[in-house]
Design a protein around this ligand. Structure first.
Ligand SMILES: CNc1nc2cc3c(=O)[nH]c(N)nc3c(CC[C@H]3O[C@@H](OC)[C@H](OC)[C@@H]3OC)c2[nH]1
Length: 373
């Protein structure tokens, strides 16, 4: 089997788990935050820097790479690992989400989705089979099933029909799976905020006995308490001996609250996206380094951080680079933000080992300012 999950420890007070996932390109401890590299690069970071900060698995995106440069070119390069010179693990999304989030004109049929290329306007068609063909060409270690991620909120009847179709699409993906020994196919549980539909979706996908499962349809604009409620009853429906991946979630509080409810893997563009407008995550909350008050502040972004950025550069210098739109400034903020989340998950894993995750959450939320009314 391409993907192995080892459950190392279950937290006594919460639903959190300590685990290890192994793929053909190495292994990583969970809970884990996975940097997003949509277009075959984690924007402004080199593979060496990603390894240095402790990232062992990164993400890329089927929809975007299908459009540019085209999966045939990447296949000719020997797959995504050699194309982008990354020898760690790679997870690719199936493209469904981007079709719904990027393309205005789209028509969903039983066979797949007809839509327009968001760059050229040309008509395109993406199906479960095509999504598997593209991910097969990319050679990712973990592939996501082709699903529909309905908008939030969605009517019950629409969501029910969508969940049932997503389950049928998952079966089509499994039938179209060419290399199960080298690539692991994860199903994606949908169902919105309807508990019976979440249960139905999980039941359908678990019956396919896939190597891992994602919880989709969240982080799409719903309030955080809705996400936490859905997670509380959905994560336990998934097999204990397989990884659980919450898609598109990455603010520090959401990561910790997802872990507490039993989630093992997370991805989000937040740290890299806010870095590119000069916003940094620090242990005392967010810091907008372009703010004038930092013009003569020669302290590091975060005094508690030991990353390359915080050991070598000041807020004043990074502010200057960001204000003058110097690329190096965005490399420094990106490195720090990714390091911050990768390190946070290391602290969460340690707290699970030490049976003090609840206390860690309290202390982290207090210091970061999440408890402020
Ligand atoms: C932000 N909130 C959010 N909720 C999401 C829910 C879903 C979902 O239900 N199904 C699918 N298939 N994808 C989802 C995604 C996209 C994640 C990808 O989108 C890309 O980030 C934007 C990245 O591609 C490298 C990532 O790869 C896994 C979500 N993103």
């Amino acid at each position: 089997m391409a993907i192995k999950y080892e459950l190392i420890k279950e937290d006594k007070q919460t639903g959190a788990r300590l685990g290890r996932v192994t793929t053909p390109h190495g292994s990583f401890e969970t809970p884990v935050f996975m940097p997003v590299g949509t277009l075959a690069t984690v924007k402004t970071m080199s593979p060496e820097e990603l390894k240095e900060m402790g990232a062992n698995i990164i993400l890329s995106n089927t929809y975007h790479l299908w459009l540019r440069p085209g999966e045939d070119i990447i296949k000719e390069a020997g797959g995504l690992h050699s194309f982008m010179n990354w020898d760690g693990s790679i997870l690719t999304d199936s493209g469904g989400f981007q079709v719904f989030s990027l393309s205005d004109m789209r028509d969903i049929t039983e066979e797949g989705v007809h839509f327009r290329n968001h760059l050229s306007g040309e008509k395109l068609f993406l199906s479960p089979e095509k999504a598997m063909e593209i991910q097969n060409a990319l050679g990712s270690d973990i592939m996501m099933a082709f699903d529909e991620c309905p908008p939030y909120p969605a009517e019950y009847d629409y969501m029910k029909a969508s969940v049932e179709r997503t389950s049928r699409w998952a079966e089509k993906c499994l039938r179209a799976h060419k290399r199960p020994d080298e690539q692991g196919l994860f199903g994606i549980v949908q169902g919105g905020e309807y508990e019976d539909l979440r249960r139905q979706s999980a039941k359908d996908l678990v019956s396919l006995d896939l190597p891992g499962y994602a919880i989709g349809g969240l982080s799409v604009g719903e309030p955080k308490h809705v996400m936490n409620e859905v997670l509380s009853y959905t994560a336990p429906l998934l097999p204990k001996n397989k990884p659980r991946y919450l898609m598109g979630v990455g603010s520090p509080d959401s990561l910790i609250d997802g872990v507490i409810r039993g989630v093992d893997m997370f991805d989000c563009v937040l740290p890299t996206r806010i870095a590119r407008n000069g916003t940094c995550m620090t242990s005392n909350g967010r810091l907008v380094v372009r703010n004038a008050k930092f013009a003569r502040d020669f302290s590091p972004i975060d005094e508690h951080c030991d990353c390359y950025t915080c050991r070598n550069y000041s807020r004043a210098y990074i502010r200057h680079l960001v204000k003058t739109n110097e690329t190096f400034g965005f490399r420094l903020t990106t490195y720090h933000n990714l390091y911050f989340l990768v390190k946070l998950m290391g602290q969460v894993r340690q707290a699970i080992k030490d049976d003090c995750l609840g206390d860690f959450r309290e202390q982290f939320f207090e210091q970061y300012g999440f408890n402020k009314p």
